[in-house]
Design a protein around this ligand. Structure first.
Ligand code: GLY
Length: 283
């Protein structure tokens, strides 16, 4: 269930998982929105594929898995996204052969229905025991997923944009073949009661080879403070998800204890649980 309207990715409550049906009724009655969206609950593993679209054609980028829940082990309230990972190829370890292509085929059918659309098409899918099913589409990049995808895009991004602008065929995309792991540092208490105004330490030098992206921070007198939203993200890259995860963690070592991080994202243990979950559903 979800109130109608924009809720910053935090509006959905899953009945039978996060809330009981009675709690869902109370939640919706207490909200200021004008109506309610009810959707079938899909069981599986979520993944995102972002594609560049122009002139009825698309170029898809590697699948990414975001982590919406605030706490490790996928516990707690939904957030804007606590971090995400992608693998060395286009697919993810819990996906079977054909799942990536099946999702891209769904994106292609959307593009066929929107021949004039130019831009990014963000497809979010649930991989179920019957294959990928649509959760939602957005006409924008994903956050954090763009931080996984754009750093491994070897094709100059501006060439993609120029081709779209000029009505020329979009270039075939090439990728570096690196796995990526993105982790957000968020204020303590985020998203329900974020500790805004906490001073944070970001050592840009010690980020090493990892990429550092500021999100929502206040800079005052040369010092950085949290706001009520996600503060900054780091992205590690490597020849495996494990190597990318280690690089992201190294870069976060200086983050201090005023921010919270989902250290489980991209770990071998978490990836294994995703694979086991899909194995269980398929058999
Ligand atoms: N990562 C979720 C979104 O960008 O909508």
């Amino acid at each position: 269930v979800k109130p109608i309207g924009l809720t910053g990715g935090k509006g959905v409550k899953v009945i039978g998982d996060q809330v009981t049906s009675e709690e869902a009724k109370d939640y919706l009655q207490a909200s200021d929105y004008e109506g309610v969206v009810l959707e079938e609950r899909l069981i599986g593993e979520e993944f995102t594929i972002q594609a560049f679209v122009a002139d009825g054609d698309l170029r898809a980028t590697p699948a990414v898995q975001d982590h919406k829940r605030a706490y490790e082990g996928d516990e707690g309230p939904n957030t804007g996204g606590m971090g995400s990972y992608s693998d060395t190829g286009l697919s993810l370890p819990f996906m079977a052969e054909g799942d990536y292509d099946a999702a891209v085929e769904i994106l292609e059918r959307v593009v066929d229905a929107l021949p004039d659309y130019k831009g990014v098409l963000y497809g979010q899918f649930m991989l179920t025991d019957e294959g990928p099913k649509v959760v939602e589409f957005n006409a924008r990049f994903g956050d954090p997923e763009a931080m996984n995808t754009l750093p491994v895009l070897d094709t100059p991004f501006v060439d993609v944009l120029a081709a779209a602008r000029d009505g020329e065929p979009l270039p075939e995309l090439s990728f570096s073949g690196e796995a990526t792991v993105c982790k957000y540092a968020v204020p303590d208490g985020y998203p329900t009661d974020p500790d805004a105004g906490a001073e944070i330490a970001v050592d840009e030098e010690s980020a090493g080879d990892a990429l550092l992206y500021y999100a929502s921070v206040d800079e005052r007198d040369g010092r950085l403070y949290t706001t009520t939203s996600r503060a900054f993200a780091v992205v590690g890259r490597g020849d495996s998800i494990a190597a990318a995860e280690a690089q992201a963690e190294d870069a976060l070592a200086a983050a201090g204890d005023r921010v919270r991080i989902r250290h489980d994202i991209g770990t071998a243990d978490l990836v294994r649980r995703r694979i086991d979950h899909m194995d269980e559903l398929r058999h």
